[in-house]
Design a protein around this ligand. Structure first.
Ligand code: ZN
Length: 328
C-alpha cells in the first residue's frame, strides 16, 4: 500500500455542491434515511408496547429487507476517471493494476449501505457520494469471497524454514467491513465523532507506519507483515492485512515475482560492474571503450529499477522497500 495525497486531484464536479449529481443524491438519501429511522423507531415502540402487553408483534410490520437506497453518483464516469488519475489505475489497497483486468470497483472506505456486524447501523450513507470516502479497488480487495491464502507460519523462523505457499482458503475482501477500535461509531446525527478505524486509508494514514514488506534478499517471498512496536504488532496493520486480504496467494506470488526480478537486475549490475571496472583499468583503448559501454549498460539497468519504484508502477511500495533494504 502506498501513501497517496488526495489533494493532487480535485474532487470531480459531479460530486461537489448541492446542485451536483452527488448533492441531489445526498438530499434524496437524507429524506429516505430520515423516514427509515422514524419508521424503525415507530416499529420498535410498537414492538415494545406489544411485548409489554404480552402480545406477539404483527408479522406484517416487520422491517422490510429491501429498505435500501439506490446510490449511483459515486460510480459516475467522472469519479472513476479522477480515481484512475489519482491512483494511476492501481488498487488503493494492494497496488495491483486493475485497469487492464476489470473495470474498477469504486470502493467506499466507510461502507455506504450497511456495516458488517452492526445490524443497527444503516451504514455511512451520508458519505456515499463524498470524494474523500471513495477509493479505487481491485475486485479481490473489495469483494468478500473465499480466496487462496498462503499458509502463514506463526513465527518468522517458521516462515523462513518453509516458504512454499500451500493453498489454504479464507474469506477475504473488505465489502461492508469497517472495524473500529472502541465503540465510538459516527452516525448521520453525529458525523463528527472521532472514530478510530482499524483499516488503513492510504489517503489519510501512512501505510508504512503499520505495514512492512518482508525482504529477504537470499530467499525472496512477497509477504507483507504488520510493523512491530515493543514486540506488539500494529493492530491496524494486522486488521488491514486480513480484511483486504493483502497476503492472498496470487498477490504474494506477484510480489515475489517482482522481488526476484529486482534481485536478478541487482546481480546483473554487480557482475557487469565488475567486468567494466576491469576493462576500464586496462591499458588497451579498445577495452576502455568496452568498459565505458558496460558502465552505460549498468546505468540503464539502474534506471529500470528506479522506474519500477515510480508511483504509477504496480507494487511500487514494495520496490521502494527493497531499495531501502540495500542501503541499510
Ligand atoms: Zn487490491
Amino acid at each position: 500500500m502506498r501513501r497517496v495525497d488526495r489533494a493532487l486531484v480535485s474532487a470531480p464536479a459531479v460530486l461537489v455542491g448541492a446542485k451536483s449529481r452527488g448533492g441531489k443524491e445526498l438530499a434524496k438519501a437524507t429524506v429516505f434515511y430520515k423516514a427509515q429511522a422514524e419508521a424503525n423507531a415507530a416499529l420498535k415502540a410498537e414492538e415494545a408496547a406489544a411485548a409489554a402487553a404480552g402480545a406477539a408483534p404483527a408479522p406484517t410490520k416487520k422491517k422490510k429487507k429491501e429498505d435500501s437506497f439506490d446510490f449511483s453518483a459515486y460510480s459516475d464516469e467522472a469519479v472513476k476517471y479522477a480515481l484512475d488519475k489519482l491512483f494511476f489505475g492501481k488498487c488503493a489497497y494492494c497496488e495491483s493494476r486493475y485497469a487492464n483486468q476489470a473495470p474498477v470497483d469504486v470502493e467506499h472506505y466507510r461502507p455506504k449501505g450497511r456495516i458488517a456486524g452492526d445490524a443497527d447501523h444503516p451504514g455511512y450513507w451520508w458519505l456515499a457520494m463524498v470524494w474523500e470516502n471513495l477509493l479505487p479497488s481491485c475486485i479481490d480487495c473489495n469483494r468478500r469471497r473465499w480466496q487462496d491464502l498462503p499458509v502463514i507460519p506463526t513465527s518468522l523462523e517458521q516462515l523462513l524454514a518453509a516458504p512454499e505457499m500451500q493453498g489454504a482458503k479464507a474469506s477475504l475482501g473488505k465489502q461492508d467491513l469497517f472495524p473500529i477500535a472502541g465503540n465510538a461509531r459516527a452516525t448521520a446525527d453525529a458525523p463528527g465523532i472521532d472514530e478510530q478505524p482499524d483499516l488503513i486509508n492510504p489517503c489519510v494514514d501512512n501505510p508504512d507506519d503499520h505495514l512492512v514488506f518482508h525482504i529477504d534478499r537470499k530467499d525472496p517471498l512477497g509477504l507483507v507483515l504488520p510493523t512491530f512496536k515493543e514486540g506488539t504488532p500494529s493492530r491496524r496493520g494486522l486488521t488491514s492485512i486480513h480484511v483486504y486480504g493483502l497476503n492472498r496467494l496470487g498477490l504474494v506470488q506477484e510480489r515475489t515475482r517482482v522481488l526476484r526480478k529486482l534481485e536478478f537486475l541487482s546481480r546483473l549490475i554487480d557482475e557487469i560492474g565488475e567486468i567494466s571496472t576491469d576493462l576500464l583499468a586496462s591499458t588497451s583503448q579498445k577495452n576502455k571503450t568496452m568498459g565505458a559501454r558496460l558502465d552505460l549498460l549498468v546505468n540503464q539497468i539502474l534506471g529500470e529499477i528506479r522506474a519500477m519504484a515510480d508511483p504509477d508502477q504496480p507494487y511500487s511500495s514494495l520496490v521502494n522497500a527493497w531499495a531501502q533494504s540495500l542501503k541499510s
